[in-house]
Design a protein around this ligand. Sequence first.
Ligand code: PEP
Ligand code: MN
Length: 330
Amino acid sequence: MLITLAPDADPQALADHLVRAGVAATFAPQGRAMVVKDLWVPQALRADIESWPGVASVEDLEVRPRRALGLEGQAPPPPQFGRLPVVAGPCAVEGPAMIEEAAAFVASLGGRWLRGGTDKPRTSPHGFQGHGLKAATWLRQAADAHGLSVIAEVTDSDKAEALGELADVIQVGTRNMHNGRLLQRLGRLGRPILLKRGFAATPDEWLWAAEYALEAGAPAVWFCERGLRSPAPLKRFTLDLGAVPFVQAMTPWPVLVDPSHAAGSSPYVAPLARAALAAGADALLIEVHPDPARACSDALQALDFDAFRTLAGELIRLRAALAPEAPAAC
Ligand code: PEP
Ligand code: MN
């Protein structure tokens, strides 16, 4: 970012302000301009710079996403996650009865959002691949029966329209975050996109992926941090909670955290879930299964109903403690 200063400006005062905001700036040789090398400057700080006394102009030195950063297009009102800020449900929709049981359970705790995979992106082609469109129909019916909204993943373009019809929010998984063509196709469906972060994606790549979907027509993107590949994973991935305040500072979109796929093991899901809410996550995505030992995918990380009920109570209390001004029932 190039900040050009008028002759009456006090460059040192602005430089000090930038340092306090955690951003480094260097003076151009004549002292009448400053260069901020960070590509990602929080929107609030950018507004401060633009209105700073003596700042003549602010120009970007690099091309930045427009819609992902909220610089273009209308930001919709934030999604209502309800009293229990969790999108919950099984990894995969394994049959009509199990998803009905899961939906009834989520609704009984005050949840508003049901998740469930229909085409599962598995590491091994020999693993359970999901029941496809049939499962999406079961998911929709179960959600409707209990007044829930649905988040479902679309893994390939062929099923985009059909699956998109059945989901309120379309999930793009970690493995597809880099698939710009799929993001465009899904964006054209006009539904919000829950965009998992690629497990090795930089923040830039994640924000640009959002731009693909928004540019193509998605009315909203919900970012979802779900853990990164690292030299020191807990069981599966390393949860990058720093991504929560970062993306929130850069964009107007909600940021969710999925502790289940990061943890990879059920005892670690609750601590990561609590930490994610404390870090400011707008909501969480958590896998819960009526009978985890028999789950067809991600059995080790699925919470059973008792564990989820306990966690839900903790999360409701934690959210109330963190944001006491939020009305309990919204
Ligand atoms: C999922 O949510 O079930 C899933 C496969 O997630 P991810 O893409 O983060 O691995
Ligand atoms: Mn899963």
